[in-house]
Design a protein around this ligand. Structure first.
Ligand SMILES: NC(=O)c1ccc[n+]([C@@H]2O[C@H](COP(=O)([O-])OP(=O)(O)OC[C@H]3O[C@@H](n4cnc5c(N)ncnc54)[C@H](O)[C@@H]3O)[C@@H](O)[C@H]2O)c1
Length: 299
């Protein structure tokens, strides 16, 4: 009996890199996998082959004896994502999980970033994650309302750039940070319907990482940057047994899974008057808050 036997999972951007590795791991544990991929270039440009990477992965999964289908809808297509959820449910009778993974980069320093660099990256990561998750969650909510039990799973992909910030990625980091928060809100709202939502922050030598000069090892030894390192976590999060964990942000670095905590109030300064803060006291108050020695007392 596989961990994911009978479960139907959609993986966006499943044709390459991390998404492809997730599809393999999900299929290995018995899932039926819907491999969504638009087949775009590194900066999101549409390539001639279009769906080819998704079809290639489906062929690989079928060769393993798994059930898989390819889909070439862009995750940014709102109606297309709704249609994808309905087609999957019509064909396989149910949907159990969505893995939001599709994306591309348009890295540029802020003062050179164009409107299109910003909009396209926000669209593919944040809107794409919203679109599929929204339609999947509506389906699960309707199932619960119809009296059927649900074990829905949402896995989103955030990144170090979103959690910690990174130069040249104002568009991408903003989208990935928002995805972490989006995941937590989905977790809160969907808890009552038997749906969990968790976010994964991977690090892997894919073509995306190659743009920043990190490449995969190919000497046959275990590679800390192998995209497959993150996939067991994705498979487990998609399983029925993962129902107790929701709203988590988990970083996978090589062979370690790490719990990431978000914004936290660490210290405070309260107005001396007991009423509103004043401009006059804020300079000193903030210096105290940040441990900066007031001018005249330090070096
Ligand atoms: N590689 C890393 O180290 C790393 C680190 C943190 C986060 N991530 C995230 O992991 C995810 C996968 O990245 P990767 O490194 O495997 O990249 P990748 O370029 O190898 O794969 C991304 C896939 O998404 C597909 N895609 C792009 N736009 C699409 C759209 N509109 N609709 C459907 N499919 C689309 C592409 O065709 C491609 O096959 C991304 O969300 C990325 O931001 C990657």
């Amino acid at each position: 009996m596989g961990l994911l036997d009978g479960r139907v999972i959609i993986v966006t951007g499943g044709g390459r890199g991390l998404g492809r590795a997730h599809c393999h791991e999900l299929a290995r544990h018995g899932a039926t996998v819907v491999v969504n991929d638009l087949g775009v270039g590194l900066r999101g440009e549409v390539e001639e082959s279009e769906m080819a990477p998704a079809e290639q992965v489906v062929a690989e999964l079928e060769a393993m004896g798994a059930t898989a289908v390819a889909d070439g809808t862009s995750v940014t297509d709102w109606d297309g994502m709704e249609d994808l959820v309905s087609r999957v449910v019509d064909r396989f009778g149910a949907l159990h999980g969505v893995v939001n993974n599709a994306g591309f980069l348009r890295d540029r320093i802020l003062t050179s970033m164009t409107e299109d660099d910003f909009d396209s990256v926000i669209a593919v990561h944040l809107k794409g994650t919203f679109a599929l998750t929204r339609h999947a969650c509506s389906y699960w909510k309707a199932e619960v309302k119809a009296g059927r039990s649900v074990s829905g799973r949402v896995v989103c992909t955030t990144s170090g750039a979103g959690l910690f910030g990174n130069v040249g990625q104002a568009n991408y980091g903003s989208a990935k940070s928002a995805i972490a928060t989006f995941t937590q809100i989905v977790a809160l709202e969907m808890q009552r319907y038997g749906v969990t939502a968790n976010a994964l922050s991977p690090i892997a030598a894919t073509r995306m990482l190659a743009t920043v000069g990190r490449e995969a090892k190919d000497d046959g030894t275990w590679d800390p940057l192998d995209p497959a390192n993150a996939s067991p976590l994705v498979a487990w999060l998609c399983s029925a047994e993962a129902g107790w964990l929701s709203g988590a942000v988990l970083r996978v670095d090589g062979n370690a899974v790490q719990r990431v905590s978000g914004w936290a109030v660490t210290d405070g300064y309260t107005a001396k008057s007991g009423e509103s803060l004043t401009v006059e006291e804020l300079g000193l108050g903030l210096q105290r808050l940040y441990g900066v020695m007031p001018r005249g007392l330090g070096g």
